[in-house]
Design a binder for this molecule. Structure first.
Ligand SMILES: [Zn+2]
Ligand SMILES: [Zn+2]
Length: 144
């Protein structure tokens, strides 16, 4: 692993001159000194899916060089969503239902929060697929 990447591959310093990157847009960074542009793993995965459509994490991984576990982490964090028309989904960690992102399906999340008398809200609630739409959507939740 490159020394200047965190676990999701976010570059922080310019590879060429070492200056701090400026965050440009979802996963894209530019060096203010030399103009070098770098994309993080999220941007690579997003671009791949925009150009090639949805694929399994394994295929995306082999095309982009981003590991399957990192791709799954992006899905679990809700930074990436599997399109409704996909044939491959991730699974609710409790009941195994298909979900497009997150860690729990809405019904398990609802059950969990009622068990905790509403005091507990799980941020990683996914959505079950509605298999009509067919386009990968991205959330503007990318953090600096
Ligand atoms: Zn630079
Ligand atoms: Zn569930």
């Amino acid at each position: 692993m490159n020394f200047n990447l965190n676990k999701l591959g976010k570059p922080t310093h310019c590879k060429k001159c070492g200056a701090d990157y400026i965050y440009i847009s979802l996963g894209v960074y530019e060096c203010p000194k030399c103009g070098f542009v770098e994309k993080d793993d999220y941007a690579k995965v997003r671009e791949y899916i925009e150009e090639n459509g949805a694929s399994s994490a394994v295929m995306i991984s082999s095309a982009t060089g981003v590991s399957v576990s990192d791709i799954n982490a992006m899905l679990r964090e809700g930074r990436l969503e599997i399109p409704n028309g996909s044939e491959v989904f991730i699974r609710c960690e409790t009941c195994g239902a298909e979900i497009r992102f997150g860690r729990l399906c809405p019904s398990c999340a609802a059950k969990l929060s009622s068990d905790f008398k509403g005091a507990y809200v799980n941020p990683a609630v996914g959505e079950t697929p509605n298999k009509k739409e067919n386009k990968m959507r991205f959330l503007g939740r990318d953090k600096k």
